[in-house]
Write a protein that binds this ligand. Structure first.
Ligand SMILES: Cc1cc2nc3c(=O)[nH]c(=O)nc-3n(C[C@H](O)[C@H](O)[C@H](O)COP(=O)(O)O)c2cc1C
Length: 370
């Protein structure tokens, strides 16, 4: 029988809820070491060498910020305060000690209700406007220091256009192919470590074609070159859903602090936004591709030798500056779309807590494995 369950200790119960935090491609780049009933060590995995979207580590740190915010929210429901101490690790793979002492003054955070049901929805949404009460609630949901921009009406076309152009980077490069193949779980509705194909938002028949095409790079590059291979996926994955939504969203930092702590704070702010949206009955899909690759070209990060993809990244940078202003790449931390929709029938789930815990180090236990 497993020695670890949510009931094992207050910290295990908090982590068991918090692990439902989102992460790019459901990678869950973290592990925990339980060092006592109220203590854990959080170790972050550096994905910069293995993931095309993580070359600069910023998205990974945002995911960790989302997890940390979940931990804080989960702890609040059992009258516990969270304290973090940075123990070391590199900028992209920090290690933290976390404690959760009882604190009668902690107020339960109402966003806790939405932690498990928040999920990305990649299908089309209703185009009905959000209404001012929902917009105000979304803005109020963000942490101080961050603002929300909503692009509605005809402006959605410009965002959808930018997204489908930027999708060529993912669809037309060897690096994008390798990543896509690794992260899709075929023929399933739920996946613990990856994205189920049925959560991609593609019609069933297209899933079969996509699976066949992704079976080899030669098949993909042949289809891309001679059969207009990226046109249909760009239409189905970006253009159509980009129009079928209430708004495109951008979360911007008033003054971005481009440090590890700055990206953790940005992640926490976005998690509050996403949970607030879920509580309002809204659906959300992040659309980070343009921003990630625009920052790569700004920072001189080499991500492929495929010249059209590099050109597409430059184009994304120009589009973002056009849509959000000259400081777009310095201020924007999150892009996506939002709206009312039918719930998605498939989703990523999470690794069980016992697989995320890689050691125990309480006085009576063996040292942490890592
Ligand atoms: C930093 C970050 C970037 C993401 N970028 C995208 C994206 O560009 N497109 C997308 O469809 N989903 C994106 N996602 C959503 C994740 O794929 C999703 O959260 C993860 O697979 C877990 O699924 P769930 O949110 O349904 O629980 C992103 C999530 C995070 C945290």
């Amino acid at each position: 029988m497993s020695r670890l369950s949510a009931g094992s200790s207050p910290m295990a119960a908090i982590l068991d809820l918090a692990r439902w935090a989102p992460s790019g491609d459901n990678a869950q780049p973290w592990s925990f070491c339980l060092t006592g009933p109220e203590r854990a060590i959080l170790t972050v995995r550096d994905q910069s060498a293995t993931c095309l979207f993580e070359r600069d580590g910023r998205c990974g740190l945002m995911s960790v910020g989302m997890l940390q915010e979940n931990i804080r929210i989960a702890a609040s429901t059992v009258a516990r305060r969270i304290e973090w101490t940075r123990l070391g690790g590199g900028d992209r793979a920090p290690v933290f000690a976390c404690t959760c002492p009882l604190d009668p003054y902690v107020v339960p955070d109402p966003l806790a209700r939405w932690i498990m049901c928040r999920s990305v929805n990649r299908r089309t949404y209703a185009t009905a406007e959000l209404g001012s009460a929902a917009c105000d609630a979304l803005r109020a949901g963000l942490s101080p220091g961050f603002t929300l921009r909503l692009a509605v009406g005809r402006e959605r076309r410009r965002w959808a256009w930018m997204n489908q152009r930027a999708a060529r980077i993912r669809l037309d490069t060897r690096e994008g192919f390798d990543l896509t193949r690794r992260i899709i779980d075929w023929g399933v509705d739920v996946s613990e470590e990856r994205i189920p194909d049925r959560a991609l938002g593609l019609p069933r028949i297209m899933l079969g074609i996509a699976r066949l095409q992704l079976s080899s790079w030669s098949m993909t590059s042949f289809a891309n070159r001679w059969l207009g291979g990226t046109c249909l996926p760009r239409y189905l994955l970006e253009w159509r859903p980009g129009l079928a939504c209430a708004a495109h969203v951008a979360v911007e930092a008033d003054r971005m602090d481009d440090s590890t702590d700055g990206w953790l704070r940005a992640g926490a702010a976005v998690q509050r936004f996403w949970l607030t949206a879920t509580g309002l009955g809204l659906h959300h899909q992040p659309g980070m591709t343009p921003l990630i690759f625009a920052r790569y070209v700004r920072d001189g990060i080499r991500f492929t030798d495929h010249a059209p993809a590099v050109a597409a990244a430059h184009e994304a940078a120009d589009s973002l500056r056009h849509l959000l202003g000259p400081q777009a790449l310095e201020r924007a931390v999150w892009l996506g779309r939002i709206g009312y929709a039918e719930p998605a029938s498939a989703r990523s789930i999470r690794l069980p807590l016992e697989r995320l815990v890689d050691g125990y180090a309480a006085e009576t236990e063996a040292p942490c494995a890592s």
